[in-house]
Structures are given as C-alpha cells and as structure tokens.
Design a protein around this ligand. Structure first.
Ligand code: GLN
Length: 186
C-alpha cells in the first residue's frame, strides 16, 4: 500500500513520519504525474491559496481527478482544498467533500490553540492552526469528530478531512482510520 503525501508546501513531513510509523510506504508527491503510482493521498496543512498557485491549472485538474477516484485525507489547508465551497475569501475547491468551509474562522486572537474534542465518543487532542470552520455539512457527509458544537473531521465515501492537525498530536487514530479506508477501498 503506497500512500502519497502532497509535498508542495506545508507540514508534509509530520504526516510522512506518522504514516511510516503505522507501516505505510510513503511517497512525497512533488509532481502531479506521481499521483498515478499511489493508492491514497494525504494533503497536509499549509496555506490553501499557495497550494492553488503552486499546483497551477493542470496540477489542479490532475489532483481533482485523483481525489474523485481514490482515498484522500486532507488536514486544515488540505480540508479547504477538498471542499465544495470555500469562503473568506472564496477560492476554487476540488469538490470531493460536499461541505462549506470558512478559512481562518477563529480570528486573530485564538489564531492557534490546542483543545480537546471528540473522535466518535472518545476524547482526542486537537491542534488548531489558523484553522477553518466547516460551515455546512451535506447529506452524504459523516461527521467523525467534533469540538464543542463544531464538526471538525468529516468523511464522505473515500475522502476524509480534519480542520485540525492530527499529525502534530501523539495520537495515531485519524491516520489509522485513513489507512483502514485505503485498505478497505471505502
Ligand atoms: N489558514 C490556512 C488556509 O486558509 C490553513 C492553515 C493550516 O493549514 N494550518 O489555507
């Protein structure tokens, strides 16, 4: 099982380490054509607008085909890229998750924080860094994790996203759930 981590920008290395610790073979994806050789993809945090610039039009189209066909897990900026609707400001999304998402939604004062939320019914540490908020959850989307009243991790079919950074906590549950998704193909 080969897992790609999009390595254009952002904190891709923490994802690489976590996935390797869980026994996955990891490929850092720097060129769109490398997507043809992997079974699943992680899109890390970073700055979603910068990702769009670095991908360019052809890279965006190639990535769009991938995320509509194969398991993908986006965290923070990665979650923004996977969404159908993005605001603050508006920008293009890959439309793999039927959600609306608002960038930098916690404002400057609580720009970054570590909070406790729930993954299913179990408590889990969540690291938020200039995080977005999921403002709309479509009917086909399952909420996997919440923080207070807010959905913070979701799944639709083969695609998962979290608005926080599970790769920065000492807890492998979300990555393990993603690897299960890749292994089971759904
Ligand atoms: N604020 C970033 C964006 O809007 C996301 C931050 C992150 O990935 N940690 O793209």
């Amino acid at each position: 099982m080969k897992i790609g981590v999009l390595a254009l920008q952002g904190d891709f290395d923490a994802h690489r380490r976590r996935l390797q610790e869980l026994g996955a073979e990891v490929v850092l994806i720097k060129k769109p054509e490398q997507l043809d050789k992997i079974d699943g993809l992680v899109i890390p945090g970073g700055e979603s607008g910068t990702f769009l610039k670095l991908l360019g039009e052809a890279g965006f189209e190639k990535l769009k085909q991938f995320v509509h066909a194969k398991p993908t897990f986006g965290t923070c900026a990665g979650a923004i890229l996977l969404a159908a609707e993005i605001e603050n400001p508006q920008q293009a999304g890959l439309g793999a998750l039927d959600i609306g998402i608002r960038r930098n939604a916690y404002g400057r004062q609580i720009d970054s924080s570590i909070r406790e939320g729930k993954f299913g019914d179990a408590p889990i540490e969540m690291v938020f860094i200039r995080a977005p908020k999921i403002s709309r959850v479509g009917p086909g989307v399952d909420v996997l994790a919440t923080e207070g009243e807010d959905p913070v991790a979701v799944r639709q079919g083969r695609v998962m996203a979290a608005t926080f950074h599970p790769e920065l906590s000492d807890d492998a549950r979300l990555h393990r759930a993603f690897l299960d998704l890749v292994r089971n193909g759904r």
